[in-house]
Ligand binder design. Structure first.
Ligand code: B1M
Length: 241
């Protein structure tokens, strides 16, 4: 008697070997793995793409950031919930750790110091972590204050580290107004002009950055690194005149 056809569930359960997938299928699989919060698979996929000669920025944007964008849509639509999104976030962080040395160690000359943190009430840190990595790669020493920072925490770090730049991140429409609280406090203390203030996060825009009194709104981590370099150099040139 001929062998029976394999049942549907048997075929579905066949293990996917990431290294055997072409680039496009591998990236799609990584989006699925990120969605499912599979950190080991994300690490493996990230390494495979790097071994195939993909630049770190491309792996970051096409595999990880795009995967997280898809997660964000289903989170918004109530298909995914906090525990699942936390797993996805952990998987993304695991992939970012593989990329960290490549993004953060470009051998660029040290050009300044940045204090950065997510504002009070907000625990999102993936974007802020990426910005910190890219700033390191651009030659900055980065003091990362983590999440949920009250104004006192920024002030203490400014006093201790005398940074060239203060960076603030917010991912929630309810927490982004806190950036103005911080900047207004810097004005009250008479230290606003000692620093460049840069802000970023998905719900912000250029107009908001101006309204709260920041020197720059940065759309993404690459823009943040370029802007930081440009503003620090411009400020030094102005002071030297
Ligand atoms: Co949150 N969450 N979340 N969440 N979460 C969002 C932000 C949301 C848009 C999802 C949605 O509804 N579609 C929504 C906000 C809605 C709004 O206010 N407009 C939301 C919500 C509602 C919530 C909760 C309230 C949900 C709840 O509890 N019911 C809750 C709030 C918790 C709190 O903070 N108090 C919550 C919780 C969480 C998790 C803990 C589960 C997890 C965070 C885990 C972590 O960060 N460790 C989480 C996640 C992962 C997201 C989404 C899905 C992804 C965010 C992310 O990491 N993106 C997000 C949906 C989305 O944004 N599409 C969502 C990838 C990252 C690379 O991009 O952070 O934008 P991003 O960073 C970019 C730029 O914005 C910029 O550069 C980065 C890199 O290119 N940038 C800066 C960021 N910071 C910068 C600082 C700078 C410069 C540039 O300084 C100079």
């Amino acid at each position: 008697m001929a062998d029976p056809e394999p049942r549907a569930e048997e075929t579905e359960e066949q293990e996917i070997v990431l290294s055997e997938l072409g680039d496009e299928d591998l990236v799609k699989q990584m989006h699925d793995d990120l969605y499912d919060g599979l950190a080991d698979e994300i690490v493996e996929g990230t390494r495979i793409l790097l071994d195939r000669g993909w630049p770190a920025e491309r792996v970051l944007n096409e595999a990880l950031v795009e995967g997280m964008r898809i997660v964000g849509i289903d989170f918004r639509d109530g298909i995914l919930f906090v525990p699942e999104v936390l797993l996805a976030a952990n998987a993304m962080k695991a992939g970012m750790e593989v990329l960290r040395p490549l993004l953060a160690e470009t051998g660029a000359q040290r050009i300044g110091t940045v204090v950065i943190g997510t504002v009070k009430g907000d625990i999102h840190d993936i974007g802020k972590n990426l910005v910190a990595m890219m700033l390191e790669g651009a030659g900055f020493e980065v003091i990362d204050l983590g999440i949920n920072n009250a104004v006192e925490s920024y002030l203490a770090a400014i006093e201790e580290h005398h940074p060239d730049i203060l960076g603030m991140s917010a991912l929630l429409t309810t927490t982004m107004p806190y950036m103005k609280v911080v900047i207004d406090t810097l004005v009250e203390k008479g230290i606003r002009d000692d620093l460049i203030v840069m802000v970023g996060g998905a719900p912000l825009n250029e107009e908001f950055g101006k309204a709260v009194g920041a020197d720059a709104y940065c759309r993404d981590a690459a823009v943040a690194a370029e802007t930081a370099q440009a503003l620090v150099l411009a400020r030094r040139a102005a002071l030297a005149r």
